[in-house]
Design a protein around this ligand. Structure first.
Ligand code: NDP
Ligand code: MG
Length: 395
C-alpha cells in the first residue's frame, strides 16, 4: 500500500488525484488531506477516504464545529491547523507519496519538506520550482527523493525523454530542443485592444481545461507558460535557449522532445489531468485513470503557431526573470499572485496584471545566493510592492 498525502485536496488537482486513487483502493491509501478554507468539502472527503490526518491551513477559521463533525465520522482522525502542519505531514514517516497540489508560493514549504525527507513528490505546485527551483532540486538530489512532474506539459516531456536522461543531461541524450506546448488561452484570437475589457469570468473559462481560478487567469495571460518555462529549466536542467514555446490551441499534444536525428517524440492525450496524475502515482508502471482514449477520427486538426509577445507580455517577463537568475523569478511570481487576486476581485483590469508584474520585476533589487528564508522575505517584499501599485491603480 502506498500512503499518500494530498496537499490541496479540495482543489482541482486534489480532487482529480482522489478520483484516480479511488479507482485503485488496493494500491493507494490516503494518509492525509489538506484544505485551506473549504471545510465542507474536506469533511465530505474525510468521510469518503478516512485519512489518518486532516490539515486546515487557514488559521483564521474556527474549526470547533468541523472537529466535532469529523469526530462523529471517526474519532481517530487527527486534525491539525496552520501552515506548519503541512510541513509535518509532508515529512511524516508514514507517508510514501506527497501530492503537492496547493496553489501558489504557499505550497513551497511543504514541497521542500517532502523533497528533503526523500518522499515520492508528485509536483503540481509549479510555483515551488519558480520561487526556489535550485534549492528544491538540490534537496531532491541530496535526499534521493523521486520528483515526478504533474504539470501536464512536464509530465509529457518526462514521458518523451529517454529513461537514463537524468544521468547525462540534454546533450548526452541527443536532444535538440524541448517543445513546450500551450493553448494560448481564451483570448488568443481577440483583438489586442479589446483585452482591457476582459472580465474574471471570461478569463476563468478556459477553452480546453477545467482548472482552479489562479492558473486559469495565468493561462489567459500566458504567465502560466512563463512559469512553466522556468519549471522545465529547473526540472530538466536546461537553459531557455534549449526550449521553445509552441502554441497549440487544441491541447491534444501536451509537449514534445525534438532529437538531433530529426525525430520528434510527442505525448498526446485528452486534456484531463487524471492522465499525468495517474502516471505520477504509478510510475514507472501505468494504471487506469478513467480517461477515454483519443479518437483520432474526431480530431479535425492539430495546429501550431508562435506566441505573440505583444499579446502575452507575461510570457516574456517570466523568461527574462529566469535568465536574470537570483530572486527575480520569486519576485515575479509573488507580484503575479497579488495581481491575479486583485484582478479576480475586480480591483485591476486584465492587462494591468502584466503592468504590476513588470513594475515589480524592474523595481526590486535582484538578490543572489539567497537561502529559503531569504527567498521568502523577497517574496513578501514583492507582494508588498505589488499591493502598493494595485492600491494606486484602484484610485
Ligand atoms: P485550486 O485553486 O483548484 O486549488 C488550490 C488548493 O490549494 C485548494 O485545496 C485550496 O484550499 C488550497 N489553498 C489555497 N490557498 C492556500 C494557502 N494559502 N495555503 C494552503 N493551501 C491553500 O488550484 P489547482 O488545483 O488548479 O492548482 C493547484 C496547483 O497545481 C497550482 O500550483 C497550479 O499551477 C498547478 N496545476 C494545476 C493544473 C490544473 O489543471 N488545475 C494543471 C497543472 C498545474 P481551499 O479550496 O480549501 O481553500
Ligand atoms: Mg501546464
Amino acid at each position: 500500500m502506498q500512503q499518500v498525502a494530498v496537499l490541496g485536496a479540495t482543489g482541482s488537482i486534489g480532487l482529480n488525484t482522489l478520483d484516480v486513487i479511488a479507482r485503485h483502493p488496493e494500491t493507494y491509501q490516503v494518509f492525509a488531506l489538506s484544505a485551506h478554507s473549504n471545510l465542507t468539502l474536506l469533511a465530505k472527503l474525510a468521510e469518503q477516504f478516512r485519512p489518518r490526518q486532516l490539515v486546515v491551513t487557514d488559521t483564521s477559521l474556527d474549526i470547533r464545529d468541523f472537529s466535532q463533525q469529523i469526530a462523529s465520522i471517526d474519532t481517530s482522525i487527527g486534525i491539525f491547523q496552520g501552515p506548519e502542519a503541512l510541513v509535518d505531514v509532508a515529512s511524516a514517516s508514514d507517508v510514501d507519496t506527497v501530492m503537492a497540489a496547493i496553489v501558489g508560493a504557499a505550497g513551497l514549504a511543504s514541497s521542500l519538506a517532502a523533497a528533503e525527507s526523500g518522499k515520492k513528490l508528485l509536483l503540481a505546485n509549479k510555483e515551488s520550482l519558480v520561487v526556489a527551483g535550485e534549492l528544491l532540486m538540490q534537496a531532491v538530489r541530496h535526499s534521493g527523493a523521486t520528483l515526478l512532474p504533474i504539470d501536464s506539459e512536464h509530465n509529457a516531456i518526462f514521458q518523451c525523454l529517454p529513461v537514463d536522461y537524468s544521468a547525462g543531461g540534454i546533450e548526452q541524450a541527443g536532444i535538440a530542443k524541448i517543445l513546450l506546448t500551450g493553448s494560448g488561452g481564451p483570448f488568443r484570437e481577440w483583438p489586442i485592444e479589446e483585452l482591457v475589457k476582459v472580465t474574471p469570468e471570461q478569463a476563468c473559462a478556459h477553452p480546453n481545461w477545467d482548472m482552479g481560478k489562479k492558473i486559469s487567469v495565468d493561462s489567459a495571460t500566458m504567465m502560466n507558460k512563463g512559469l512553466e518555462v522556468i519549471e522545465a529549466c529547473h526540472l530538466f536542467g536546461i537553459t531557455t535557449s534549449q526550449l521553445e514555446v509552441v502554441l497549440h490551441p487544441q491541447s491534444i499534444i501536451h509537449s514534445m522532445v525534438s532529437y538531433v536525428d530529426g525525430s520528434v517524440i510527442a505525448q498526446l492525450g485528452q486534456p484531463d489531468m487524471r492522465t499525468p496524475i495517474a502516471y505520477g502515482l504509478s510510475w514507472p508502471k501505468r494504471i487506469d485513470a478513467g480517461v477515454e482514449p483519443l479518437d483520432f477520427r474526431q480530431i479535425a486538426q492539430l495546429t501550431f503557431d508562435t506566441p505573440d509577445e505583444q499579446r502575452y507580455p507575461c510570457l516574456k517577463l517570466a523568461i527574462e526573470a529566469f535568465e536574470a537568475g537570483g530572486s527575480a523569478a520569486a519576485v515575479l511570481n509573488a507580484a503575479n499572485e497579488e495581481a491575479v487576486s486583485a484582478f479576480l476581485a475586480n480591483q485591476i483590469g486584465f492587462t494591468q496584471i502584466a503592468e504590476v508584474n513588470e513594475m515589480a520585476l524592474n523595481s526590486l533589487e535582484n538578490q543572489f545566493g539567497l537561502d529559503i528564508d531569504g527567498l521568502i522575505q523577497q517574496d513578501l517584499r514583492a507582494r508588498e510592492f505589488a499591493r502598493s501599485r494595485i492600491e494606486r491603480i484602484k484610485q
